[in-house]
Structures are given as structure tokens and as C-alpha cells.
Design a protein around this ligand. Structure first.
Ligand SMILES: Cc1ncc(COP(=O)(O)O)c(C=O)c1O
Length: 350
């Protein structure tokens, strides 16, 4: 099956008389003993359908989590005491904050790198135990040379993780480059409707899968059955939604690049995320408060377009420009999106 067909058909009950077309939402804290489920912290039939669908998209075995950050924490917990983690200085700030917290408590050492400087990242891998990548980065929109860095990390005996939230499994499958673990905030493009929080890890390594599942079983960072069902439903339309959002984003980038009042437009050429840099934070604040259609809100990846000045968060590093606005482009008509953005830019910069 080709990707769009798989998105529609995986994770469904068998085609047999009286089977529902959709996987039911199984609300159960416990199961009759003697089978594989046993207890709701270990397993759930609705998760299994989601695991099958997302695992096939990424090309590995999938483990769902309560949120993207629950998945990130479970991976970082694998790092041995005092060992080194290499991570992008501009990764999602929640992931960087988790790392900083672990470092402050003496659990690990962290080296933050510019992931566009492949030589520097390769050099940093030498004594690392885990190499964290995010490509494109949130919100700087930088790309990493994942294949080269993965090879260097493996030569050094380190595991490699890619946060694939921005690219989605439609546009990038990092396991194809031999990456050990892919992590998602399924809250974003996978769910796609700003109505759930969920995370996922995908791997081809059965041992890592067992260790991570063991940690999840112990700490209980599990999603609800309803969230898994919503995320599975989101996966069905991900290829279509992304096609439209990406086409909208590409058109907006073309038009934004013609505006002299926009200092910089950062777009890696694919996906539905854009970073737009204005000369100062004040102008960016005005834009985020002047749109009528674009919603001023954090988070991303929904059918509705959202925007925010990222430095409004104190945790965002000073190397992110004060005037940077992150745009998450939805599936609305691009002319409506453009008219609203253009009038907000006009009011802020003239
Ligand atoms: C790239 C990326 N990774 C991880 C996360 C964390 O995910 P969640 O909010 O589902 O915990 C986010 C949230 O914005 C994100 O953008």
C-alpha cells in the first residue's frame, strides 16, 4: 500500500461481518487476567490501533505517551548518570528545559550545539551518550544533516533521537537514516485539530522498545484511550491536511519574501511552519495582536492557522530574534490568510 492508502486503512478491525469500521475506544482500567493486556497502564486496544498506523508511517514500532514531553522525558531518563547529551541550542524549549533541569541536578551533562554546523556537531558526538536532533528546529527552522550526524554518533557509541514533529512522517522518516528513536508531539500535526495532547516514540530496536515501554509502564506517562482514538483519526487525514497546509505555506513564503518590512523569512522548503523575523519585538507583538483570522496562540499543526512571537516566553533563548513570529499554517483559503497577515503587517510596520 502507498502512504495515503495506509493512512486510511491501517489500525482498523478486520473486514468481517459485524466488525465496526473504526477501532472502538476501549475504556478499561483492567482486563480479564491470562492474556497480554492485563492492566490499563500497560496496554490498550485503542493504543494498539494507533501504534500500528503511526509505526507503519515511520517504519518502526510505536509507543504512545501522554504528551510529547512525556515521551522526551522517558528517552532522557535512559541516559546514564553523568553521561553527555548533545542537543540543538534551538530545539523546542520544553525539551531544552528538561535537559537543563537534568544537568542542574547533576544527572547528565549537556552540550548545546548549532545543528547547522555539521562539523561541530560531529565533533561534539565524540564523547556523547545521546545525540538529540530536531530538524527543522522549533522555532528557528534550522535543518540538520541527520545521516552524517547519525553515522558519527554511532561511531562514538551514542544513540540518536530525532524529534520529527515539524516534518511529520509524511515528509521525513528519520529511521531510514538509521536513527535509533523518533519522537513526536502528536498534539501537533498528527492530531491536527488542537483538541488533544499526546506523544509517541518509534524505533526499530526491540531492546530500546522494551526498555522504554518498561519505563512507561512504571511511571504511567500513558495517553487516554480517547486521545489515542482522536490521534488515529487525525492520522487518516494527515497527508491531505499537510498537502494543503504546505501549499498555503509555500505561497505565503513567496509573498512574504517580497515585503521589504519583513527582515527574514525562514522556511526550509517543505512543511507548514514558517518563521518570520520583523525588525524588533514591538512590531512582532503588534502583528500577533492585529490578526483577525490567524489565531494568536501557542502550539501548532492544526487545521487552523496560528501565530506567536516566540520570545514572549522567557524560556526561549536570546539567540532567537526578538522579532521572530512563528506561523503554523492551516488549511484555510490562502487568499484569506494572506489578506489578514498583510493587513496585520501593514498596521505594525507603517
Ligand atoms: C517540536 C516539539 N517537540 C515536542 C513538543 C512537546 O509536546 P507536547 O506539548 O505534546 O508535550 C513540542 C510542543 O510544542 C514541540 O513543538
Amino acid at each position: 500500500m502507498r502512504p495515503a492508502t495506509r493512512a486510511v486503512h491501517l489500525g482498523r478491525p478486520p473486514h468481517e461481518p459485524d466488525q465496526p469500521l473504526n477501532t472502538p475506544i476501549t475504556m478499561a482500567s483492567t482486563y480479564v487476567a491470562g492474556g497480554d493486556m492485563e492492566y490499563g497502564r500497560y496496554d490498550n486496544p485503542t493504543w494498539r490501533a494507533f501504534e500500528e498506523a503511526l509505526g507503519a508511517r515511520e517504519g518502526g514500532r510505536c509507543l504512545p505517551f501522554a504528551s510529547g514531553l512525556a515521551a522526551v522525558a522517558t528517552i532522557l531518563d535512559l541516559v546514564g548518570n553523568g553521561q553527555k547529551v548533545v542537543a540543538p541550542r534551538h530545539a523546542y524549549n520544553g525539551s531544552v528545559m528538561q535537559l537543563a533541569d537534568l544537568e542542574t541536578r547533576g544527572r547528565v551533562t549537556a552540550q548545546l550545539v548549532d545543528i547547522t554546523d555539521t562539523d561541530a556537531v560531529v565533533a561534539a558526538c565524540e564523547d556523547a551518550s545521546l545525540v538529540w536532533l530536531e530538524s527543522p528546529t522549533n522555532p528557528a527552522m534550522e535543518l540538520a544533516d541527520i545521516a552524517t550526524i547519525t553515522k558519527a554518533a554511532h561511531d562514538a557509541g551514542a544513540y540518536v533521537v530525532v524529534d520529527n514533529t515539524f516534518a511529520t512522517p509524511i515528509l521525513q522518516q528519520p529511521l531510514e537514516w538509521d536513527v535509533d528513536l523518533v519522537v513526536h508531539s502528536a498534539t501537533k500535526f498528527i492530531g491536527g485539530h488542537a483538541d488533544l495532547l499526546m506523544g509517541a516514540i518509534i524505533t526499530r530496536d526491540d531492546e530500546l522498545h522494551a526498555v522504554l515501554k518498561g519505563r512507561r509502564d512504571l511511571v504511567g506517562a500513558i495517553p487516554g484511550a480517547f486521545e489515542a482514538w482522536l490521534a488515529l483519526r487525525g492520522l487518516r487525514t494527515l497527508p491531505l491536511r499537510l498537502e494543503k497546509s504546505q501549499a498555503n505555506a509555500q505561497e505565503l513564503v513567496r509573498r512574504l519574501r517580497d515585503r521589504p518590512d519583513v527582515t527574514e523569512v525562514r522556511y526550509p522548503g517543505f512543511g507548514a511552519m514558517i518563521a518570520l523575523v520583523l525588525p524588533h519585538g514591538g512590531a512582532a507583538d503588534l502583528v500577533q495582536h492585529s490578526t483577525r483570522l490567524w489565531i494568536y496562540a501557542t502550539s501548532l499543526g492544526g487545521v487552523e492557522s496560528t501565530l506567536e512571537r516566540r520570545r514572549r516566553w522567557k524560556s526561549e533563548p536570546a539567540t532567537i530574534p526578538d522579532g521572530l513570529i512563528r506561523l503554523s499554517v492551516g488549511i484555510e483559503d490562502v487568499e484569506d490568510l494572506w489578506e489578514d497577515l498583510a493587513q496585520a503587517l501593514d498596521s505594525a510596520t507603517t
